[in-house]
Design a protein around this ligand. Structure first.
Ligand SMILES: Cc1cc2nc3c(=O)[nH]c(=O)nc-3n(C[C@H](O)[C@H](O)[C@H](O)COP(=O)(O)OP(=O)(O)OC[C@H]3O[C@@H](n4cnc5c(N)ncnc54)[C@H](O)[C@@H]3O)c2cc1C
Length: 298
């Protein structure tokens, strides 16, 4: 939805935003393809101009919310519009568009995400489906990612804190070796490390959100994009550390979907459902590092 809020015309906003905000309809963001994930500029799903609008041909893979969504914001390559970064555009496509099929994909750690594989075979869409302008798609996709990476960071910090809270709760109750788990130094070390890492990351997130608010969305979408990539990567590592640590605190209960470990079970598998979408950890670090060298005046 953020792409429509950011780049949509007043008519597009009126048509799509209220239903999604009110929870009446879902919308999905379809960028990745079987052969183009991290390399967004390599996508090949093609929009060919027709007198009535465009026809879409191609595939999209790993698209969250696909099985629930009424509409898709889709990144396509305009036929004849240039190669790589220059030829991309965003379109809004209805699930009811002709010659458009959606198949559910089961993804580890994200079973309720409605992930789907989309196929378009000369699917007609009207002129009004174009979001923003032709050729601006790559910049729009990248700017849209900034928001998504910030909220994924927020989610992973919360999930990490749940691992910490549940570990503290369990360690204070579980009896072992004549006392509680909390009396065992090794457990205290793990909990102490989790708490320190969660608080550090929360502080960084809040500082960055404060900068976003002060700078304004437009400037922060460019000036803070690389820092937010680095934040997303670190938040992924944090969640991985906390999910693993909580598993050590809970022992066998971490592997059972009911009982005291029910909020921890599945956490280790779920980590990758946050560290790969919207920019895999290594890609985030590479982009962040590249930006440091580019901007450095040292
Ligand atoms: C649970 C889940 C939900 C998703 N939801 C969506 C969605 O809603 N919409 C959507 O469009 N996509 C979605 N995706 C797709 C996701 O964005 C891609 O999987 C991701 O961008 C990585 O692309 P890829 O899987 O093709 O891996 P590749 O691009 O093939 O890369 C494989 C690995 O190589 C490394 N790598 C690749 N390039 C570089 C580089 N330049 N620098 C450093 N390392 C690199 C990374 O570690 C990467 O994990 C989702 C994926 C998952 C797993």
């Amino acid at each position: 939805l953020s792409a429509i809020l950011k780049f949509g015309t007043p008519a597009q906003k009126a048509a799509y935003v209220p239903d999604v905000i009110m929870g009446r309809k879902f919308i999905a963001l379809a960028i990745s393809e079987p052969n183009a994930g991290s390399d967004v500029a390599g996508l090949t799903c093609t929009a060919t101009r027709t007198p009535d609008g465009y026809t879409l041909s191609g595939q999209k893979k790993w698209i969250t919310n696909s099985t629930y969504a009424e509409n898709f914001v889709l990144a396509g390559r305009v036929a004849g519009g240039g190669e790589r970064h220059s030829g991309l555009a965003f379109f809004i496509v209805s699930k009811d568009a002709p010659e458009f099929t959606i198949r559910k994909v089961n993804v580890t750690g994200a079973s309720i995400s409605g992930t789907g594989y989309l196929v378009f075979k000369d699917t007609p869409i009207p002129h009004s489906a174009l979001l923003g302008s032709e050729g601006q798609g790559f910049v729009m996709i990248m700017q849209n990612f900034v928001h998504e990476r910030l909220y994924i960071s927020t989610i992973t910090i919360r999930l990490s804190r749940i691992c910490l809270e549940e570990s503290v709760r369990y360690a204070m109750r579980r009896e072992a070796f004549g006392g509680k788990l909390a009396d065992i130094q090794a457990i205290r070390l793990l909990v102490g490390q989790m708490a320190a890492k969660v608080e550090m990351m929360q502080a960084w997130l809040e500082a960055l959100v404060d900068q976003v608010i002060r700078m304004g969305k437009k400037k922060s979408d460019t000036d803070l994009a690389a820092t937010i990539c680095l934040l997303k990567a670190e938040c992924g590592d944090l969640y991985e550390f906390c999910a693993n640590s909580a598993t050590h605190v809970f022992g066998g209960h971490a592997l059972v979907a009911s009982g005291p470990g029910q909020r921890i079970e599945g956490a280790v598998a779920a980590v990758k459902a946050y560290t790969i979408p919207a920019g895999a950890t290594l890609v985030m670090r590479d982009f962040g590092g590249k930006s440091i060298f580019k901007k450095s005046k040292l």
